[in-house]
Write a protein that binds this ligand. Structure first.
Ligand code: PTJ
Length: 250
């Protein structure tokens, strides 16, 4: 499967999933991630397994709705944590460039070392891709009200002032705090039962690397915002899991 040099055999039936896991492992070695990053990833993998490791129709609809809201926004922003950057940093920069908005590194377990590694990684990707996306988060000068400690730190010209915010793999507290600030919060989380999925304006129940690829395709289409019912969308995701489990051994 993965040998001692961390090389994945492409013939393995779960090659894609193992390659995604390898991205997390490699970023951990570079000091970009929280100690619990692989546990969080494993939780996501379990839900993805139950979803069939595919974008369900309801996740595609939620992605379209999130894109519509980002396109409509006056001050959109992508809030990126360690796992999101490890898994899809280049795609998030591409999305920010398409939308003409900044990204902001906003991490739960904030240390100067991790911030430095994440900023360095995104700057490198920016130049490799030939992009000039503004990367915020390094010099926080504002606080998300109600969030204690370093995780509430943000930039006034970024997350603090944004009207629509994309938050992949977010923790429930911050999602709630951002909603309380009056923002539209677009969540990417494989767990349809998580507080983030349930609290967000739009919950996309899908794997982050598939979501970013879909968003890059959809942004030029400029979809329209609908009357979004987040509970219905989350229920569809749960129904998909239940139906696929009940058909398993038929
Ligand atoms: O970089 P930091 O310090 O901000 O820390 C990031 C983590 C992810 C470690 C931190 O926010 C955390 O502990 O998150 P939680 O509370 O474990 O929540 C992560 C959520 O993301 C869980 O509900 C997982 O199911 C989901 N998830 C994990 N991997 C993926 C995912 N959702 C989409 N795509 C994934 N690849």
């Amino acid at each position: 499967m993965i040998d001692e040099e961390n090389v994945v055999d492409p013939s393995h039936p779960r090659y894609k999933s193992l390659m995604i896991r390898k991205k997390v492992a490699d970023a951990g070695v570079k000091g970009m991630l929280a100690d619990s990053a692989m546990i969080a990833h494993g939780r996501g993998e379990a839900y993805d397994y139950l979803l069939g490791e595919q974008t369900t129709p309801s996740a595609m609809e939620a992605t379209r709705e999130a894109v519509a809201r980002l396109v409509r926004a006056e001050r959109p922003i992508l809030s990126l944590n360690g796992n999101a950057i490890a898994l899809a940093g280049a795609d998030f920069l591409t999305i920010a460039s398409q939308l003409g908005c900044p990204v902001e590194i906003n991490i739960f377990y904030r240390t100067p070392e991790r911030m430095g590694a994440l900023l360095g990684h995104l700057k490198l990707l920016n130049s490799k891709l030939g992009l000039d996306v503004e990367i915020l988060g390094g010099i926080p000068d504002a606080r998300i009200p109600g969030l204690e400690g370093p995780r509430g730190a943000c930039q006034s010209n970024g997350i603090f002032e944004a009207d629509v915010i994309l938050v992949p793999l977010e923790d429930g507290d911050r999602c709630e705090a951002l909603i309380a600030m009056g923002k539209e919060v677009l969540v990417i989380d494989l767990n349809p039962l998580s507080r983030s999925s349930r609290t967000g304006t739009v919950g996309i129940v899908d794997e982050v690397t598939r979501v970013t690829k879909n968003m890059i395709q959809m942004i030029p289409e400029k979809p329209s915002v609908t009357e979004w019912n987040n509970n219905n969308a989350l229920q569809s995701a749960l129904n998909h899991i239940v139906e696929s489990l009940s058909n398993k051994f038929e």
